[in-house]
Every structure is written in C-alpha cells, then in structure tokens.
Design a protein around this ligand. Structure first.
Ligand SMILES: NCCC[C@H](NC(=O)CCC(=O)O)C(=O)O
Ligand SMILES: NC(=O)OP(=O)(O)O
Length: 312
C-alpha cells in the first residue's frame, strides 16, 4: 500500500474516526512498528512534515531516519537511458533500490518545478520512487498533491464543525513568490469526499486544474464566496493556466477579520503574516492553524499504521 494522493482514501469518514481514535490514545499501537524503519527523504524545506511524520513514527514504535536529499546526497538522475556525464551522479534505479534495503517505508517530499507543467504533472520524482523502490511510498508533498495535509484538514474540520454540513471556502490569497498547487489540490479532493458545502474563491486566471476542481463552484468575487462561510481555508498558488506565473498580487485578497465574519480560519503553514492574512486573524480564536499543525501527527500516524498493518 502506498499513500500518494487523497484518492488513496477509500472512506474519508472512517479515516477521520480512526485518526480521532489515535489522537485520543497516541501510544496505543506502540508495538506495531517495533524494529521497523521509516526513511524520510526531503528534496525541499519542511518544519511540520519533517517533525510530525517522525513523531507519528515514534508513536508507533518505529525508527525514523531522515535525509535532506538536495545538497547532502548525490545528485539523482531520473531520466531513462541518460548518458550521465552531467551533474547527476547516481540513478534513481540504484538510489531507490538501495534505500529500500534500509527502510520498511519511504516517505518523499519533492516540490514542482513550476516551469515545466508536463514534468510536474508526471510526478517524476514520486513516481520514480514508487516504481523503483521495493517498499511502500508516502507522499510528504509532491508536485501536485499534499495528501497528509488534506487528511489533516478534513480531520480538523470534522473536529471543529458545529453543524452537520458546514460551508467551507478555499480562498486564494496574495503572495510574493510563485507557489505550488499541491496543498490546494489535495484540499479540494478532500472536501469533495466530505459532506460539506464547498466552494473555491480565486481571481480570474487562477483556477486550479479543472480535472481536480471538477464541478466545485469557483467564484472570482471573494466576498460573495464568503457569505455564510463556517471555515475559510486560505492558500496562495501560482497560476495553473499560465503555468507557474504570478499574475495578481492584489492585497484586497488578503484575509482580514472583517471578511471572516464568524468563520474559522485555516492554513497549512508556513504563512506570511500581513500578506496572506492579517495579524488580527492569526492572533484570534478564529484561527485553527496551530490545531491543524498538531493534527499532522495523527494523520501521518493513521497512514503509517495502515501501511504497517498491510505489511504484516
Ligand atoms: N508544505 C506547506 C506549503 C509548502 C509550500 N510553501 C512555500 O513554499 C512557502 C514559501 C514562502 O513563503 O517563502 C507550498 O506552497 O506548497
Ligand atoms: N504544512 C506543511 O507541510 O508544512 P511544512 O512545509 O513545514 O512541512
């Protein structure tokens, strides 16, 4: 069993209940992962994923080992049949096979280029690990998805909702850098599986991949989308249509207390204060960002638990 995408979740409500059970008794399966090794490979920066996934492994009695691949390891070649006379020193075929001998599960973080759409959509790095490793693979945020975050967000909404069918808005917000679509994509896929009223708000030219958003309503008017919202999940992403470009930095899309009304504020973090969201929101009780980050441990622990049970 791999955990590559939100589509690997068969029954999201059952997974949420299982994650809540783990959260209420985090050391209940401390024997399950005994003498098992989790390898965490990072091609990009991380705070939450790096620590919460290790914490989840430790709660299951596993031994986590971590590597920053970019910089610390040899440059990895992903091309098939490449004459390796350039900057890459070893091929993914050897690298994945070797790491598989040290680890029972391999978790990988590999962001998109945001310049080569076809390469990013092929999920070159993650899929190469899935192909050439002989052990299960966990996605710790790839070019197009962040399913540990999406599962976390579904759990958090389930915990904090006061209604059977809350209204959830995914809102784009401005940013100074071109950012990936992965968090937005996985949040959309998670919300489509949940019993919520779900809409997206983003400027013109910023629609996410229509193969992911499907029939989810998209508003280009943020205020209209926010009417009656119970949860506002905020994330910047670069343009998908004009791939990887920054086409809009309109500060009027920043999240403020006034816009939020009675809604709870969510963000995957890290977040740029007073660019994406004003201080007053993050410093208020409306913000769930710290609780979300806490739930990363239990989402990861559920995924690792399922994989360990599948290995038995
Ligand atoms: N893992 C959570 C988000 C990671 C990444 N954010 C960032 O790169 C923010 C960087 C900055 O603010 O400089 C993203 O958007 O996918
Ligand atoms: N939310 C999240 O994935 O955070 P990191 O990038 O710090 O891991």
């Amino acid at each position: 069993m791999n955990y590559i995408s939100i589509q690997d979740i068969d029954d999201i409500n059952a997974w949420i209940e299982a994650a809540k059970a783990i959260k209420s008794n985090p050391l209940g399966d401390v024997e399950l992962g005994k003498h098992k090794t989790l390898g965490l490979l990072f091609f990009n920066s991380s705070l939450r994923t790096r620590l919460s996934t290790q914490k989840a492994a430790l709660n299951l009695g596993m031994n986590p080992i971590v590597m920053n691949v970019s910089g610390d390891a040899w440059g990895i070649e992903f091309g098939d049949g490449t004459v390796m006379n350039g900057n890459t020193a070893e091929h993914i075929k050897e690298a994945a096979a070797v790491v598989s001998q040290y680890c029972d599960i391999i978790a990988v973080r590999a962001f998109p280029t945001l310049t080569d759409k076809a390469k990013d959509e092929s999920e070159q790095v993650l899929n190469a690990f899935a192909k050439y490793a002989s052990v299960p693979i966990v996605n710790m945020e790839s070019a197009t998805g962040h399913p540990l975050q999406g599962l976390t967000d579904a759990l958090t909404i389930s915990e904090y909702t006061t209604k059977p069918r809350p209204k959830v808005v995914l809102s784009w917000a401005p940013h100074v850098k071109a950012l990936p679509h992965a968090v937005g994509n996985s949040f959309v896929e998670a919300m489509q599986k949940m019993d919520v009223e779900f809409v997206i708000a983003n400027p013109e030219g910023y629609n996410l991949n229509p193969e992911i958003t499907k029939d989810t309503p998209i508003y280009h008017n943020q205020a209209e989308a926010f009417i009656g919202a119970d949860f506002v999940y905020t994330k910047n992403w670069s343009s998908y249509e004009d791939y990887g470009q920054i086409k809009n930095t309109d500060p009027n899309w920043m999240i403020t207390n006034e816009k939020l009304g009675h809604a709870k504020f969510m963000h995957c973090l890290p977040v740029r204060r007073n660019v994406v969201v004003e201080d007053a929101v993050l410093d208020s009780d409306a913000s769930l960002v710290i609780q979300q980050a806490n739930n990363r441990t239990y989402a990861a622990q559920l995924v690792l638990k399922k994989i360990l049970e599948d290995l038995q």
